[in-house]
Design a protein. Structure first.
Length: 124
């Protein structure tokens, strides 16, 4: 039995210098459509051809390529975090919440790979 059951969404978070240019490149190269640009948050997302899988671009002055972070969607952030914490999972940093959009936090697998859990706040 698993500690939590993520929902059907996975976002692959990438560090980029220019979110708009990256979204355009992925559209030109792969036909992926932009879902939105959250300019105040420095974040953009594009749809892939795989249902439930998106790519998110976090804009950085100095991108850190090669460090893709899978972001697993959960229906109840607080419940998922409590269960993972009780199972000994290490979280790092603060909960990040973009009001009315998303709530996230970084956690690590046993090898130190960064992952995130995220609750979509736009659906309710």
């Amino acid at each position: 039995m698993s500690v939590i059951q993520p929902n059907e969404t996975i976002t692959i978070a990438l560090s980029v210098k220019d979110r708009h240019a990256s979204a355009a490149w992925y559209k030109d190269m792969f036909g992926f459509e932009t879902l939105y640009h959250a300019d105040d948050a420095g974040w953009s997302e594009i749809a892939t051809n795989s249902p439930g899988v998106t790519i998110g671009f976090g804009e950085q002055d100095t991108p850190n390529p090669g460090n893709a972070v899978p972001v697993f969607g959960v229906s109840d952030f607080h419940e998922a975090k409590a269960k993972l914490s009780a199972a000994g999972v290490h979280f790092d940093g603060d909960v990040v919440e973009m009001e009315g959009m998303v709530r996230t936090e970084t956690l690590y697998d046993p090898d130190g790979n960064a992952l995130m859990i995220a609750e979509d706040l736009t659906k309710g």
